[in-house]
Design a protein around this ligand. Structure first.
Ligand SMILES: Nc1ncnc2c1ncn2[C@@H]1O[C@H](COP(=O)(O)OP(=O)(O)OP(=O)(O)O)[C@@H](O)[C@H]1O
Length: 276
């Protein structure tokens, strides 16, 4: 796993959306095998941009591989992912990894970790400082940003990773199991924080989660995947009001949605694998 969020030298100004196109992420004809084992074969998926999307499916079905390919971290064997008609390279993308300990630079202070991607992009110092201050103010950080990551809690460190991902003003934010290394209390706080970010920026968010409740809580749309070779089992509309607080996540509507997703999940997990 790479040690820093995916920052590509993308242009500061993204190309304007092409005329006549609806804002969609279109994944077409995607194929991927590892050592002859097929994970994806002619996989297609369309999702609206500007939405919060969760990806959920059986262990090893290829959730991480999917977001790694469409974010440009892992090459596809075949296929393409287009963001409103633009390639991954033409789109500002950020990525938050599960393992924040490896993703942050231990020798840089929290604030310098946040600033780092801007440095890589060649943003002048004064502008870098302005953008870091802006994002820190926006999220009302309650801890010392001059501290080194190892002195901060797991949740604080992952918050730094998320701010570092956001400081480049990405159009699409990928998160691969971002809270799975945190304790339950911190996970709940971080879920609330991510909702705050999403509601404020309406940034296209693609989240991989092992936790069905989390996947539903943080999504407008939930993509349920099958076992390998992986297909879309169902795209579930999560038509619940935001923000999703404790009351919302214990509501009848939420529980009914979870039951429906579980039914699909078990059906797909139990289904016999298709021949490669
Ligand atoms: N670099 C690689 N080399 C070989 N096999 C790989 C590689 N990356 C992934 N795989 C295999 O591809 C399949 C899908 O892996 P992936 O990590 O994408 O699944 P996942 O659904 O995210 O898994 P999990 O539920 O365990 O997090 C697995 O069988 C995995 O072993």
């Amino acid at each position: 796993m790479a040690s820093i969020h995916a920052l590509k030298p993308t242009p500061t100004e993204p190309p304007a959306p092409r005329a006549g196109r609806v804002g969609k992420l279109a994944i077409r004809g995607l194929s991927k095998s590892f050592n002859g084992a097929v994970v994806y074969k002619d996989f297609n998926l369309e999702l609206p941009l500007g939405s919060a999307i969760s990806i959920f499916g059986p262990n090893g079905c290829g959730k991480s591989t999917l977001i790694n390919m469409i974010s440009g971290l892992t090459p596809m064997d075949a296929g393409e992912a287009l963001y409103d008609g633009r390639t991954t390279r033409e789109t500002r993308i950020s990525y938050v990894f599960q393992n924040y300990r490896e993703a942050l630079f231990p020798w840089r202070r929290a604030i310098d970790n946040i600033e780092y991607p801007l440095k890589l992009m060649g943003v002048p110092r004064a502008e870098r400082r302005r953008r870091v201050e802006e994002i820190v103010a926006e999220f009302d950080m309650k801890f010392d940003l001059a501290a080194y990551p190892y002195t901060l809690s797991g949740g604080q460190q992952q918050t730094i990773s998320i701010l570092r991902a956001l400081v480049t003003d990405p159009e699409v934010l990928f998160l691969d199991e971002p809270f799975s290394a945190l304790d339950y209390e911190m996970t709940l706080l971080m879920r609330a924080q991510l909702q705050k970010i999403y509601l404020k920026r309406r940034i296209t968010t693609l989240l991989v989660s092992h936790d069905l409740e989390e996947a539903i809580e943080l999504a407008d749309k939930l993509v349920l995947l099958t076992r390998r070779p992986t297909r879309v089992a169902e795209i579930v509309e999560v038509d619940l009001p935001w923000p999703r607080d404790a009351e919302a996540t214990t509501s009848e509507a939420f529980v009914a949605l979870k039951r429906r997703c579980l039914e699909t999940f078990w059906r797909e997990v139990k289904a016999a694998p298709e021949p490669n």
